[in-house]
Design a binder for this molecule. Structure first.
Ligand code: COA
Length: 258
């Protein structure tokens, strides 16, 4: 399994563990994370949840091969696709979510951070949202949350050009809580998670609900809208060209598409 989970002193750690594929996330990995988050909601032993990657890579985002071969399909079961289950759980989690991000955090590796309460990044973290470059569109309500956070024009550059930005910039724009040396990142994030685990769970739950609750309907509606477009674009010739280009290690050519 390429997701490792463990519970220690009230903290559930969900760790990407697929370094040979840059922690790219398959449907099975989304399912494992969605299940872990769902179980954590009802488990009094879990008082905070920490997402980790490796020092060299947080995650390369969706596994492009898995996505192309087993795309989340439209229809009655669309919301049941593992990726959408994960996005639902992460956006509805009532317990504190923390992330320790080092190295590249691509696509959902960055959008999932919009749903975390504390985001710690190492000096080597590189965030990117290359959805348009892949013939796709934003997900995880990032088309709503990122413009709110950055202002429309700065969000447009991130979501349309998809260029990577570093931890300092992510800190300046408010997407990252604190930037740390790579060697201190995980221990610091773990210490903060333990501090949260020692606080009254009900107060943290209410604090989070009060800060986020008013947005929930809008976030849910935007995720559904994005999901429908994303599923359609996954089948598009532009996405097929982008995915093929990645695996053939060449530049994609979109000029023949209108
Ligand atoms: N899906 C599937 N496989 C992926 C992947 C992804 N998203 N990202 C990396 N891999 C695989 C590569 O195909 C390669 O496999 P191989 O060794 O069998 O050839 C391996 O992981 C190493 O990747 P590589 O590109 O050589 O590593 P790198 O250090 O040069 O670059 C990244 C790391 C993350 C910058 C780069 O892999 C990348 O841009 N990945 C794609 C990110 C992406 O577009 N994600 C989708 C967002 S929706």
């Amino acid at each position: 399994m390429s997701i490792q989970t463990r519970i220690e002193q009230g903290v559930l750690t969900i760790a990407f563990d697929r370094a040979d594929k840059k922690n790219a996330i398959t449907a099975a990995m989304y399912q494992a994370m969605a299940d872990a988050l769902r179980e954590a909601e009802g488990d009094p032993a879990v008082r905070a949840i920490l997402f980790c990657g490796k020092p060299e890579i947080f995650t390369a985002g969706n596994d492009l091969e898995d996505f192309a071969q087993r795309p989340p399909v439209d229809g009655a079961d669309a919301a049941e696709a593992p990726v959408f289950q994960f996005l639902y759980q992460i956006s509805h989690a009532s317990k504190p979510l923390l992330a320790a991000v080092s190295g590249p955090a691509v696509g959902v590796g960055t959008t999932m951070l919009l749903h975390c309460d504390f985001v710690y990044a190492s000096e080597t973290a590189r965030l990117s949202l290359p959805f348009a470059q892949l013939g796709l569109c934003p997900e995880a309500a990032s088309s709503l949350l990122l413009p709110r956070l950055l202002g429309y024009q700065r969000a447009a550059e991130k979501l349309m050009l998809g260029e990577a930005f570093d931890a300092e910039e992510a800190y300046r724009i408010g997407l990252v809580t604190r930037v740390l040396p790579v060697g201190e990142l995980e221990a610091f994030a773990r210490k903060q998670a333990a501090r949260l685990a020692a606080l009254p769970a009900s107060s943290l739950r209410e604090t989070k609900r009060l800060m986020k609750g008013g947005d929930m309907a809008a976030v849910e509606a935007r995720m559904a809208e994005e999901g429908a477009v994303f599923r359609r674009l996954l089948q598009s010739p532009e996405a097929k060209e982008a995915f093929a280009a990645f695996f053939e290690r060449r530049k994609p050519d979109f000029t023949r598409f209108q």
